[in-house]
Design a protein around this ligand. Structure first.
Ligand code: HEM
Length: 539
């Protein structure tokens, strides 16, 4: 369209403007930013690049304003870290919708994360029962079981040194998802790591290959014809094609097996995400309800995949950050262990409804991780041209602290959740990792209260499209942390045979945590997970 014509569209908004010579969502920029790291010095480049903007917290917003516009040759983007604007947008799902870029996640079928309008209402309604309290109970039990096995495996390591901690948290997240979500229970040390009969790859390897190569997987799933020439393709590409095929086959098998169990037990089987999806959809079909209120098999597969995608790395990374950060900050580890001792005592198998609500300090650890290391630092949104957007911006003609602007054509939004969560106007001493900020102290541990999350806190998003897996993830993280910290402590360590002093190990671990990246997939990750090392000691 041209940068000047785009500029004319947003000039009347009166917001600060930055010019970017490239489309922030274009392939060219994705290549340029990876090959030219020096561009980070330029504000326009920092603002449009996910990892660079995460690294500077809200500093560019402090310099330019909470809301500003980036004008590029292809589109305009309003970047906002303003809590009023973010909440305004997230509560209006029809006017501010998920942009086309989400369609890339439809390679196994349309799903609740990617669709808009009436389609979204249908998907959300039919997937909502997958996240009820019964499922939370299964999540808790399975997470305890997995965490106990992981811990005994950790404690059996020479010197308690865990050099594949991130891998292990990914296994836990996958096993909890397959058990509570899909009714398939695995042992921590085997299970989804081994290929099932008739498969070349294990469920875990197929999923990990797709998640670790998400962008290539998206490209390949749009160019399936290429697979016919796989003999001449590079090994890596062949492997990704194999993973896509294998994962699809795993989902077909899960569907077939759940349908059989449902038929044999006449609907009396243990509910899980898949049975719930099948049951609600098949019930609607047998009752002759038109397709508008049920999901097709492709849509069921699309949703199963999105649960894997949205529910796996998010939770696994939160657990990995938790162990690493608690090792770096032993004072908070002692603080949280005090609560675990009081709530769990010597119970190895505490009950979900008795223990989970009392683990307030554990929840504070999780909330504070997601404030600084939330997996989704920014959320993109499209807007119907002319839609009104309310932002905190004093208008020259009124005394109100907010102003309402019509969104111009060819203009999208980027909701800068991380910048909002690291702004000193929303959180005192925002760059300090301090879980205590979430707890109101009291005379006794039991009387402590968890402070309500302020409007500026939205790691699970907000409004009607808030993450449906929020409770699922909270329950899982609480069960795993409580199990490990009840009997053990986690301290910083260095990979291999190298031994360094405690302070140096701590500094190195903190540097690895800070070296996080949002470039390779949809979520913020530790950039070098293989380097992250902790020691687990029985206490
Ligand atoms: C720490 C854990 C998690 C975090 C921080 C998180 C965060 C988020 C965020 C920010 C969104 C909104 C994305 C957007 O609109 O662009 C989202 C959506 C979603 N999440 Fe999560 N998530 C977590 C765990 C889970 C789990 C465990 C599941 C499922 C098992 C899950 C399933 C979903 C789904 C299906 C959506 C799309 C909802 C819709 O658009 O209506 N998430 N999540």
């Amino acid at each position: 369209r041209g940068i000047y014509r785009n500029y004319l569209l947003v000039r009347p908004l009166g917001l600060p403007i930055l010019f970017a010579p490239v489309d922030p969502y274009g392939t060219a920029w994705q290549i340029i930013c990876r090959t030219c790291p020096f561009l980070k010095r330029f504000r326009w480049a920092r603002v449009i690049q996910e990892t660079w903007s995460w690294q500077v917290d809200d500093r560019d917003h402090r310099a330019l304003g909470e809301s500003f516009v980036v004008v590029s040759p292809v589109r305009n983007l309003i970047y906002t870290s303003d809590k009023v604007a973010i909440n305004w947008v997230l509560t209006k799902r029809r006017e501010f919708f998920k942009p086309d870029v989400y369609e890339n996640l439809e390679f196994f079928g349309r799903n609740v994360d990617t669709v808009n309008g009436e389609d979204w209402s249908r998907h959300r309604k039919l997937t909502a029962p997958c996240f009820n309290e019964r499922v939370s109970g299964f999540v808790w039990d399975e997470a305890l079981r997995q965490a106990r096995s992981m811990l005994s495996h950790w404690l059996s390591q020479p010197n308690g040194k865990i050099s594949n901690m991130v891998d292990d948290t990914r296994v836990i997240a996958l096993h909890v998802l397959t058990a509570a979500g899909f009714g398939i229970s695995h042992d921590f040390l085997g299970g989804a790591r081994n290929p099932a009969p008739g498969h070349k790859l294990s469920h875990r390897d197929a999923l990990m290959t797709i998640l670790d190569n998400l962008i290539t997987s998206i490209i390949l799933s749009n160019t399936k014809w290429l697979e016919r020439y796989r003999i001449v393709l590079p090994q890596r590409v062949q492997h990704i094609f194999l993973a896509l095929r294998e994962f699809s086959q795993y989902m077909d098998e899960m569907l077939a097996s759940e349908r059989k169990i449902l038929a044999d037990s006449q609907g009396a089987s243990k509910p899980n995400l898949i049975t719930t999806l099948i049951r609600t959809s098949d019930d609607a079909q047998t009752e002759g309800i038109k397709s508008a209120v049920r999901l097709t098999d492709d849509e069921i597969k699309g949703n199963i995949f999105i649960f894997n995608l949205a529910g796996h790395d998010t939770t696994a990374n939160t657990l990995a950050y938790a162990f690493a950060l608690l090792a770096v900050y032993p004072e908070y580890q002692t603080w949280v262990a005090e609560e675990i001792d009081e709530v769990l005592g010597d119970q190895e198998n505490p009950k979900y409804d008795e223990a989970f609500p009392k683990l307030k300090r554990v929840m504070a650890v999780m909330y504070e991780i997601l404030r600084l290391y939330g997996p989704v630092p920014r959320q993109p949104r499209g807007a119907i041209p002319g839609t009104l957007l309310t932002i905190t911006h004093p208008s020259p003609t009124s005394s109100s602290p907010t102003t309402t602007l019509p969104v111009p054509p060819h203009t999208e939004l980027s909701l800068c959740i991380h910048a909002c969560q690291t702004s000193p106007s929303n959180f005192p001493h925002p760059s300090a990792w301090n879980p205590k900020r979430w707890i109101a102290p009291a005379a006794s541990l039991a009387a402590e209260t968890f402070l309500p999350a302020p409007m500026a806190y939205a790691p699970w998003s907000a409004g009607p499209r808030i993450c449906p897996g929020m409770k699922f993830a909270q329950v899982e993280v609480a069960a795993v942390l409580a199990t490990v910290l009840r009997t053990s402590t986690v301290v910083p360590a260095v990979k291999g045979d190298v031994e360094v002093g405690e302070e140096q190990a701590r500094r190195m671990l903190l540097a690895q945590i800070r070296d996080s990246s949002a470039d390779s997939g949809p979520t913020l990750n530790l950039r070098r997970p293989e380097e992250v090392c902790v020691r687990v000691l029985a206490r």
